[in-house]
Every structure is written in structure tokens, then in C-alpha cells.
Design a protein around this ligand. Structure first.
Ligand code: ADP
Ligand code: GLC
Length: 477
């Protein structure tokens, strides 16, 4: 049995802004089911939703700051969660990274450096909780300094660093190295320095014993200039310790047979029932209720990564066809505005909900016929997998985890029953439009459509296989 400290800045259902939370909520549970002793550590944000006991564990003093560790549990599991309680940094409105106006907190470097220091104290068994991990598994830049600090410790646990998104690197002015009291040995171009900036993510990439990312294709892509954001050279240099392990999905949270957020449960043998969810979705978005018109859905952060501009560019052409489109998301204010304007132009065909709404996200997965995910890059992506499980065929761009989890519908993949969606190559509105047209055409053939839904719904996207891969990796360290 391995003892694993899982260091993360968000975990569903405690706190979530995106896919990292889904992974941090479900991978530790899957590892625990494989008999491992996993504990999560994350900051005690104001918005955190704990259920059950929250108890004081210990207090520790780091960098002249008095910090407490609180203990709770992941709901429906034995996995323990340790919350780093330092109200001055974490007890604020807004989300883990941004203030209420959507701007990054000005002291993010201090907030996450403190979080990393506490994780290291726990990892070195200096927090007084009498538990030392064999493996410290860090995720994204917010935990990047952990492998760096650990590298300075004799007799330390092994470290794993997972890249969920290389576009977010945690870059701060060089002066912060002083205010953060960073050990001088770490400050050089082969260390935490990145073009005279302090890079949190480099702490993970340079100092971890092993690097993973969330799909095999993305593991290759980030070694190229297009996807590497200036870190491709370093990643190529590290290629022997870099692997891609595909995310799984939580089959209990995302299950059309038992989903508490949808009005009608269904499964692969009762696909006709899915239409009740479609009607409800049309009602919720105040669109004409009509089962025959194909309904496209989209959920996500409205940022360039997700190819929102491609959708905006081809919307007039798309909506010249008989279809409906519902969108749920928030992000870039300019995208939000343009989408809302378009919804006013096409009130019978398109509707937008801005914001974050978990129950609505489930209804969109269940009620749509097609799910749009034309990302410019996508380290893994979860919604395309949720969609397949709900018999909602995804349209995706061939990149990262989307390329690894969706099989394009072609004569041969229809014949061998592997088709699960629609895949296009170029990040252009015209390529997306062509895929949309293919989906529209196929939608009119109910029999083939149902057979592709069946293929999609019966794929095994469970965590088990991926958790086993992580375990093999931990054992190799
Ligand atoms: P990313 O992590 O890049 O945002 P993923 O596809 O990995 O993309 O995961 C996004 C997760 O966040 C999914 O669970 C998705 O349903 C959820 N999500 C994104 N935006 C919203 C929103 N506005 N409302 C509800 N859930 C959302
Ligand atoms: C990131 C990526 C997304 C991935 C998620 C979980 O937010 O953008 O593709 O699915 O992390 O690994």
C-alpha cells in the first residue's frame, strides 16, 4: 500500500472551477478503492462546501505565519481531506484564483507559496499529524513549488507533477522571490526562473521525479512550440519521465440512470426516454419544444482555449440550418457579450446562460443531441466523455484528450461500431461547420444515430484503468 498526499487547488464537490476539480475529486477515490492510503490537501477557501465533520487537526508556524490544518472527508468516501486554514489568504469571496470582478488575486504568489510550504511540512511529517506519504502528487502551477522545496530536503518522499493545463503557469515578477523568501539555490534559468519571471509550474517540471499529463496526445503536443508555451524545450529534455495518462470520469456523478439533476433517467436500452430531458432543456432555455429539431449543447469556460470564437464565427451559417443551440458558461467578457447578442438575434434557436450551474450542466448533457467542443487545445477534456455516456454525440477538434477519446463517424467506423462522434482537424470556423453539417445529415437517419449513441454510451471511461496506471507509476518511483 502506498501513502499518497494529493496536493490540489480544487476538488469536487468541495470547490470547483473546472476539470481539475473533477479529477481531484475522483482519482483519489479510485486510488483508495485500489487499497491505497490517499489524503488530499487544499486551501480552506470561503466557498468550500464541506459536509459532515470539520475538525481542528494541528497548527503550524511557517514563514512567520500561524496556520491551522483542518480535517474533513470527501463525501461518500473514506478519503481524508486536509484544509490549510489561513483566513487572511483564503477566506475571501470570489473563486480560488480570481476576485469577484474576475481579476486574479494580487497576492496569488503569496497565497499559493504558503499552500506549497504547508504541503511540504505535511510531506516531511513535520506538521504533527504523524503520517508521512511515500508519494506527493502535485497538480498544476498552484502546487508547483512543492517539488522544488522538496528537492532541498534529505530523505524526502517521491514527487509526481501532473500538468492539467500548460497555458496556466503561475508567472510572477522576479521580485516576488524575495518577498516569498525562496531559497537562492532554486533561482536560476534551469530552476524556477523563466525569462526573468518566477514560474511556479517550472517547480513541478524541473524538480518532480516524474511528470504526467492528462492524455497521451497532449503529452506529445506540449513538446512542440505550438502547445508548449515556451516550455517545449524543457519538456523534450524531460521526455523520459513524462507520460500521458488519460483522465477517467466519475461514473456515479455522471450517470444517466441515476442522475439526480435530470427529470428522466434512461440507459442504452431505453434511449427514447432521453427526449423528456430534451423537452425540459428546451423549456428551461425558453426555446420551442420540439423533439425533431437537433439540439446542440455547450458547457464550459468561455475562453479562447475552448474555440468559442470558432463557434461565434460560424453561428450564422449553423443557425441557417434547422437546429437549436444552448450554451452555459462564463469567462471572457467579450465572448459573453457576443454570445448574448447572437441569442437576441436568434431567439427561437439559440439561448445562453452565463454563470456556473452544476445542475444545468447535467441537464444539458442529458437533453442535448450533440455536444460542441471545438477546442484549440484540450489537455484532456471531460465533457466529451460525459456526453458520450449520456448518448449526446460530441463534435470535437482533433487535439489532446479529445483526439484520444472520440472516434469520428466514417463509413468504416459505423460498420465496425467504433464511431462515437464527429472529429475535425483545423482550428477554423469552416472545418467546424463541416463537422456540424455531417452531424445534421446523420441526425436524419435515426437508426444509424441510435447505433452511434449505443457505441458512445457503452465505452468504459471509468477511472479504474487510469488509477492503475498512476499506481504503477508510484510503484516505479
Ligand atoms: P476545463 O477544466 O478546461 O475547464 P474540462 O472539460 O476538463 O475543462 O472540465 C470542465 C468541467 O467544468 C466539467 O465538469 C464541466 O461540466 C464543468 N463546467 C465548466 N463550466 C461550467 C459551468 N458554467 N457550469 C457548470 N459546470 C461547468
Ligand atoms: C484542465 C484542462 C482540461 C482537463 C482538466 C482536468 O483544466 O483544460 O482539458 O480535462 O484540466 O485534467
Amino acid at each position: 500500500m502506498k501513502k499518497i498526499l494529493f496536493v490540489t487547488s480544487e476538488a469536487h464537490p468541495l470547490i470547483k472551477t473546472g476539470g481539475l476539480a473533477d479529477v481531484s475529486g475522483s482519482l483519489p477515490k479510485a486510488l483508495a478503492e485500489l487499497g491505497q492510503d490517499v489524503r488530499l490537501i487544499l486551501p480552506n477557501y470561503q466557498a468550500i462546501k464541506t459536509s459532515g465533520d470539520l475538525r481542528f487537526l494541528c497548527s503550524l508556524r511557517v514563514d512567520n505565519r500561524d496556520v491551522s490544518l483542518l480535517e474533513t472527508q470527501m463525501p461518500d468516501s473514506q478519503v481524508k481531506v486536509w484544509l490549510v486554514d489561513y483566513p487572511e489568504f483564503y477566506n475571501r469571496p470570489g473563486n480560488p484564483y480570481l476576485d469577484e470582478l474576475g481579476e486574479p488575486w494580487l497576492d496569488n504568489a503569496d497565497r499559493f507559496a504558503l499552500f506549497c510550504r504547508i504541503a511540504v511540512e505535511v510531506a516531511m511529517d513535520r506538521a504533527g499529524v504523524d503520517w508521512q506519504p511515500d508519494i506527493v502528487h502535485c497538480n498544476d502551477w498552484q502546487s508547483g513549488l512543492v517539488p522544488a522545496f522538496l528537492s532541498l530536503e534529505p530523505r524526502r518522499p517521491a514527487s509526481v507533477f501532473t500538468i492539467h493545463n500548460l497555458a496556466y503557469q503561475g508567472l510572477f515578477p522576479a521580485e516576488s522571490t524575495q518577498s516569498l523568501n525562496l531559497p537562492g539555490q532554486l533561482w536560476h534559468p534551469e530552476g524556477l526562473e523563466f525569462y526573468n519571471m518566477l514560474s511556479f509550474i517550472k517547480g513541478g517540471l524541473v524538480y518532480a521525479d516524474c511528470i504526467t499529463t492528462v492524455s497521451p496526445t497532449y503529452a506529445q503536443e506540449i513538446q512542440t512550440a505550438t502547445f508548449g508555451y515556451g516550455l517545449e524545450g524543457l519538456l523534450r529534455h524531460k521526455k523520459d519521465i513524462l507520460t500521458g495518462i488519460l483522465n477517467g470520469i466519475d461514473l456515479e456523478v455522471w450517470n444517466p440512470e441515476s442522475d439526480p439533476f435530470i427529470p428522466q433517467h434512461y440507459h442504452v436500452a431505453s434511449l427514447a426516454e432521453k427526449q423528456y430531458n430534451k423537452s425540459e432543456l428546451q423549456r428551461r432555455f425558453v426555446l420551442p419544444v420540439n423533439d425533431h429539431i437537433p439540439l446542440f449543447g455547450l458547457i464550459g469556460r468561455l475562453v479562447e482555449q475552448k474555440g468559442i470564437d470558432l463557434i461565434i464565427d460560424c453561428l450564422p451559417d449553423m443557425l441557417s440550418m434547422p437546429m437549436q443551440l444552448v450554451l452555459l458558461g462564463s469567462g471572457d467578457k467579450a465572448f459573453e457579450q457576443r454570445l448574448q447578442n447572437l441569442a437576441h438575434v436568434y431567439p427561437d434557436q439559440m439561448a445562453v446562460t452565463l454563470g456556473y450551474d452544476e445542475s444545468l450542466a447535467h441537464l444539458i448533457e442529458a437533453g442535448s443531441d450533440v455536444f460542441l467542443m471545438p477546442s484549440r487545445f484540450e489537455p484532456c477534456g471531460l465533457n466529451q466523455m460525459y456526453s458520450q455516456r449520456y448518448g449526446t454525440l460530441p463534435i470535437v477538434r482533433k487535439t489532446g484528450g479529445l483526439a484520444d477519446t472520440v472516434t469520428d463517424t466514417l463509413p468504416e467506423t459505423i460498420a465496425d461500431q467504433t464511431a462515437t462522434g464527429f472529429v475535425f482537424n483545423d482550428a477554423s470556423a469552416s472545418s467546424l461547420l463541416e463537422a456540424v453539417k455531417r452531424a445534421m445529415l446523420l441526425y436524419s437517419d435515426k437508426k444509424i444515430w441510435a447505433s452511434i449513441q449505443t457505441n458512445a454510451m457503452t465505452i468504459d471511461f471509468s477511472w479504474r484503468h487510469s488509477a492503475e496506471q498512476y499506481l504503477m507509476l508510484y510503484r516505479s518511483l
